[in-house]
Design a protein around this ligand. Structure first.
Ligand code: DLL
Length: 464
């Protein structure tokens, strides 16, 4: 096994990642959060999942009228679950179910037992509200600490947290995880990018937590300010909350001088830390199967796809108290792999999330995800890795315009723009197979994100 493991001791100090060693000794140990849980044989994982799933279904049945009604309609009681496969007989839960029961209708605990609320802003209609008991918050901190350790962070690190604090789960999720790991957390939130650059350098951050698009914005401001973050103490980026490509990974790694690790999660299930890549392999996110059950389904039929085939990720929670989720349709498109990982962890790998099925554009019959366009742009000379896709309806057809930006060192003559525009158009057509218009903008003209980047401006008339 490529990682050093700890013993099986479950003393609180061990579990909380606070080994009783000097800080320097701790920093020298490749750290793993909970060996017993993370390297469990797969048969053991399945046994644990069945036990926990039964309890989670019972929690939902006993305490949430919505879930009880749906189970009763099928003549199903939680005790009827014999095998994990039986779960496929239960209906999916959708984002609209949370909205329809706004704000607390799917909670399985009295409001007075709920110590924290988070919510999605929700571009249309009501926000999605999620709640946590004190135990849920603690489990989340454990799983975030485990994720951070998996990403290569360890007790004693300075963790610069540029995920937004507030109703978004990124900021507080990473914050509690970093503290639980035994690191020093810098609670920056998003924005004030010049100051972020200064503090990353001055406080000696080893780990940067941010969305990949914001990490790139930080790199860009550092370059403009003449600060070489590649020479700073930064070694690891824990990036997620939005789709990003392998090409973007290489770009941020080169510009910040770190290893960029993908982290995944969603508020409805918990927040960040549902799954995380290991720094050893950087090849898919270990989904923490002792707390969640993952399925991948065909979006149209709702049936399970074979392992390795692409489809929509569906997640059930196994330990959540306040908001148990049964077969939540994430809309995220991915593949699962139970192949052994170089790091020795046995938990399933969720392959890079290519996008959400509601972000997928269909341009003259060709399915396109923004991350595919990103992968093309990032490889091209003179083109900055900032872009937006504008989708319009022309007659009966959808039309795609890709807005790109020149690199700051390129002289923006009209001839140069023409060359770049032509090259982008050609590569998108030959690699993805769609015809797009290309608008080449000046450096800095495409809006930068402080959190999740807005990649698509959809100008098509809304269906009523
Ligand atoms: O984005 C939680 C999070 C915070 C994850 C920080 C990672 C880091 P929501 O705001 O509820 O929660 O958005 C969840 O974001 O369903 C995916 O569509 C997308 N997403 C999250 N992580 C990734 C990722 C947080 N690594 C939604 N790759 C999810 C691709 C991601 N998409």
């Amino acid at each position: 096994m490529a990682i050093q493991t700890k013993g099986k001791s479950r003393t609180p100090a061990r579990k909380a990642g606070v080994a009783r060693k000097s800080a320097s000794k701790r920093a020298a140990t490749a750290y793993m959060f909970d060996t017993a849980a993370e390297t469990m044989p797969r048969a053991e994982i399945a046994k644990l999942q069945l036990r926990r799933l039964k309890a989670s279904l019972k929690n939902a049945y006993d305490n949430v009228p919505f879930h009880r009604r749906r189970m009763k309609a099928l003549g199903f009681e939680p005790g009827d679950l014999q095998r994990l496969e039986d779960l496929a007989g239960l209906p999916f839960t959708l984002k609209t179910d949370l909205r329809d029961h706004y704000p607390f209708g799917l909670f399985a605990r009295a409001r007075t037992e709920v110590v924290r609320l988070h919510a999605s802003s929700g571009t249309t209609g009501k926000p999605t509200v999620v709640g946590y008991t004190a135990k849920d918050i603690s489990t989340w901190a454990d799983l975030m600490a485990r994720s951070m350790a998996c990403a290569g962070s360890r007790p004693g690190d300075v963790i610069h947290n540029a995920y937004g604090y507030g109703l978004f789960t990124g900021g507080l999720g990473a914050h509690y995880g970093a503290e639980r790991l035994g690191a020093t957390v810098v609670p920056m939130s998003g924005g004030g990018t010049e100051r972020q650059v200064v503090l990353i350098a001055d406080f000696g951050a080893r780990v940067l937590c941010a969305t990949p698009s914001y990490a790139l914005a930080i790199a860009e401001v550092a370059e403009k300010e003449g600060v070489d973050l590649r020479k700073s103490k930064l070694e690891i980026g824990i990036f997620g909350a939005e789709p990003w490509s392998e090409a973007m990974r290489r770009e941020v790694e080169a510009r910040l001088g770190l290893k960029a690790v993908d982290i995944y999660g969603l508020s409805e299930i918990m927040g960040p830390g549902v799954a995380c890549e290991c720094v050893e392999a950087q090849a898919g996110l270990h989904g923490w199967e002792d707390h969640f059950l993952f399925e991948v389904i065909d979006t149209d039929t709702g049936k399970a796809v074979k392992e390795g085939e692409s489809g929509e990720l569906v997640i059930s929670t196994l330990s959540k108290e306040a908001l148990p989720m049964i077969r939540y349709r994430t809309r995220d498109i991915t593949r699962l792999s139970t192949e052994p990982c170089a790091c020795g962890r046995t938990h399933v790998r969720i392959k890079r999330i290519t996008g959400r099925n509601d972000d997928m554009l269909i341009i003259r019959g060709v399915n396109v995800y923004p991350s595919q366009i990103e992968a093309v742009l990032v490889g091209l000379p003179d083109v900055a890795p900032h872009y937006q896709l504008v989708v319009e309806r022309k007659g009966t057809l959808d039309h795609l315009c890709v807005e790109v930006e020149l690199m700051p060192n390129v002289v923006p003559t009209s001839a140069q723009r023409k060359v770049v525009g032509e090259s982008v158009r050609h590569h998108i057509k030959s690699i993805i197979g769609v015809t797009a218009d290309v608008v080449v903008k000046e450096p800095g003209e495409i809006p930068r994100s402080m959190g999740k980047a807005v990649r698509v401006r959809d100008l098509r008339p809304k269906l009523s």
